[in-house]
Design a protein around this ligand. Structure first.
Ligand code: AGP
Length: 609
């Protein structure tokens, strides 16, 4: 999960490349590097650490660079270091890469026997060596690139430039995301849209097996291979994202900004539905008649998106009475899944580029399922490969810890459930109107919860020393217990587990030690008495209970700390129970001086297995 950028055109490439790399730092940030041409030749600078380390060594005032490529790294092969940082350059050919070359060891051994000398421990370095070898056989650069690519196995998004071939860049895609940006007399490419939003809103999403040649005047796209076919009219997408959407706008962190954007993100997602639900059901051939024939939904996702899927199951089964199976993508893709007739496969993915989720979607499609994706990035691989797309309208989510995308996914799943139920005659007009009104009121309820941020910050200050947390919930709030635990551990590095309240007696209650924080999701629903028993059980064993509830009175003297949320429809509780947990995790991580937006070992989009 790295980030690559490229620029060619009339403006100075250097500041454009460095700015683009910073906007991709959420994809990887253990080292970075840049290669550019300044009219005299090619310069390469690389540094371990964040991109400002690189900026410190690039000579000022910036050279006027006409073209260049850049890379921000999340180490897969070879420790974070200057030597392992990209670009990797051999005989004047510089390469930046996102992905994993699975056969690099064999290729490296072959090249070493032929006398090639490797400098780094990376898989990527085989690529410029292969290109150099082909060029030494007399192939021009483009053909040398094609020949080299043909021997690669694995995933790659490549940016390539050569000291010997000025005024041209190459970008090639196989398995990792790569987007081309259209400017006026200038072209860009990057792993993700935010890197280019300052300069253009017109993008082309390269497909697997495509190579793009970029000059300042034009771009050309062909499929790989000697007899590669030209891509005549590539689809250009205009996004309605703005550059400021991909900036902090005065917030200390992207994560905090995105927590506060949730009311708007949900409202926009709900309005998207009004525009697209008809065509969505039509494309799924889900007319009123055949929703009765719908036998099952398979929902597959990873991480936070998987937690949204678990919530979706509760809502769809409750309202539409359709069986829903939910599975982790990395498990689904390898278990020879059985796809019955009249099944719809749904992937949920914020980035639309998660390798396991894409593979699962491809597996299901290959077995005959109709595929739908709930996705946040227009034109992403998941969106392009699914039969239908239900876009969340959360806007760019930069913080590694997903927040607004998660609640937008849940909003989309609510709409799907309500529409299926209505099509199946299970929701009469009156009930439908009530439910939709309550759903549209959710942004307002979240605004009320956001007002508790200071109170939650004060609570967080008493919890930074904890070693382990337990989160417990029941019913539709069990996935919120999982999500609260994931938020805490991924940004504060404190161990946390989410658990069904009813499972405590089956093992996890043995974990309880004196003062151990247990966060209990305790809304006044049919599960309240049961979760109250869980609270009493853990408290009797010394736990410090933090109750998240809409009935504080019922928990007086039962919990050590209480965070309240406004009452909501039982099926919509996740919206108001997750926000306190997002804020709790955020404040604990900030108080622990963790890097909230770029937590260690993580990247925003897991584009490799
Ligand atoms: C969420 O906070 C995590 N960053 C991670 O679990 C994420 O949800 C997961 O990698 C799935 O990403 P996706 O939605 O882009 O597919």
């Amino acid at each position: 999960m790295c980030g690559i950028v490229g620029y060619i055109g009339h403006n100075n490439a250097l500041p454009i490349l460095l700015d683009g790399m910073k906007r991709l730092e959420y994809r990887g940030y253990d080292s970075s590097g840049i290669a550019y041409r300044n009219g005299k030749g090619m310069e390469i600078y690389k540094a371990k650490g964040r991109i400002n380390e690189l900026e410190d060594i690039v000579p000022l005032p910036f050279d006027h660079a006409t073209e260049g490529i850049g890379h921000t790294r999340w180490a897969t092969h070879g420790a974070p270091s200057t030597i392992n940082a990209h670009p990797h350059c051999v005989d004047g050919v510089a390469v930046v890469h996102n992905g994993i070359i699975e056969n690099y060891r064999e290729l490296k051994a072959e090249l070493i026997t032929e006398g090639h000398i490797f400098m780094s421990e990376t898989d990527t370095e085989v690529i410029p060596h292969l290109i150099s070898r082909s060029m030494k056989k007399g192939l021009p650069l483009y053909e040398a690139i094609l020949e080299s690519i043909s021997s690669l196995r694995g995933s790659f998004a490549l940016g390539i430039m050569s000291d010997n071939d000025p005024s041209v860049l190459y970008a090639a895609k196989q398995g990792s995301p790569l987007v081309v940006g259209y400017g006026e007399g200038e072209f860009f490419f990057a792993s993700d849209i935010p890197a280019m939003l300052n300069h253009t809103k017109r993008f082309l999403f390269l497909e697997d097996g495509q190579i793009c040649t970029l000059t300042a005047k034009e771009i050309d796209i062909h499929t790989f291979g000697k007899n590669g076919t030209p891509v005549k009219e590539p689809a250009i997408v205009e996004v309605d994202w703005t550059a400021s959407m991909a900036e902090k706008d005065g917030y200390d962190h992207f994560m905090l900004k995105e927590i506060y954007e949730q009311p708007r993100a949900i409202a926009d997602t709900l309005s998207e539905w009004n525009d697209c639900s008809g065509s969505l059901f039509e494309n799924l051939q889900l007319t009123v008649r055949n929703t009765f024939g719908l036998r099952r939904l398979h929902i597959v996702a990873c991480g936070t998106s998987y937690h949204a899927a678990l919530i979706g199951r509760c809502i769809i089964e409750e309202l539409a009475r359709i069986p829903v199976s939910v599975e982790i993508a990395s498990e689904y893709r390898y278990r020879q899944p059985i796809i019955e007739h009249d099944t719809i496969f749904i992937s949920i993915t914020q980035s639309g580029e998660t390798a396991d989720t894409l593979a699962a979607q491809k597996e299901a499609k290959g077995r005959g399922a109709k595929t739908m994706t709930i996705c946040n990035v227009v034109g992403s691989t998941a969106a392009r490969e699914a039969d239908v797309v239900l876009y969340t309208r959360a806007g760019p989510e930069i913080g590694v810890a997903s927040t607004k995308a998660f609640t937008s996914q849940v909003a989309a799943l609510c709409l799907l459930a309500i529409s299926l139920a209505s099509n199946r005659g299970l929701l009469m007009n009156g009930d439908l109107r009530v439910l939709m009104n309550q759903l549209h009121a959710i942004p307002e309820l979240i605004e009320k919860v956001l007002k508790k941020s200071t109170e939650i910050q004060e609570l967080a200050a008493t919890l930074t020393g904890a070693r382990d947390f337990l989160y417990i919930g029941r019913g539709i709030n069990y996935p919120i217990a999982l999500e609260g635990a994931l938020k805490l551990k991924e940004i504060s590095y404190i161990h946390a587990e989410g658990y069904p309240g009813g499972e405590m007696k089956h093992g996890s209650i043995a974990l309880i030690e004196d003062g151990m924080p247990v966060v209990a999701l305790a809304p006044m629903t049919c599960h309240f008495d049961k979760i109250l028993s869980n609270i009493e059980e853990v408290r009797a064993r010394g736990a410090r209970v933090i109750a998240i509830t809409d009935e504080p009175g019922a928990l007086a003297h039962k919990a050590d700390d209480i965070i309240t949320f406004p009452a909501a429809h039982p099926l919509f509780l996740p919206f108001v129970t997750v926000v306190p947990l997002q804020l709790l995790a955020y404040h604990i991580a900030v108080l622990k001086q963790c890097d909230v937006d770029r937590p260690r070992n993580l990247a925003k989009s897991v584009t490799v297995e």
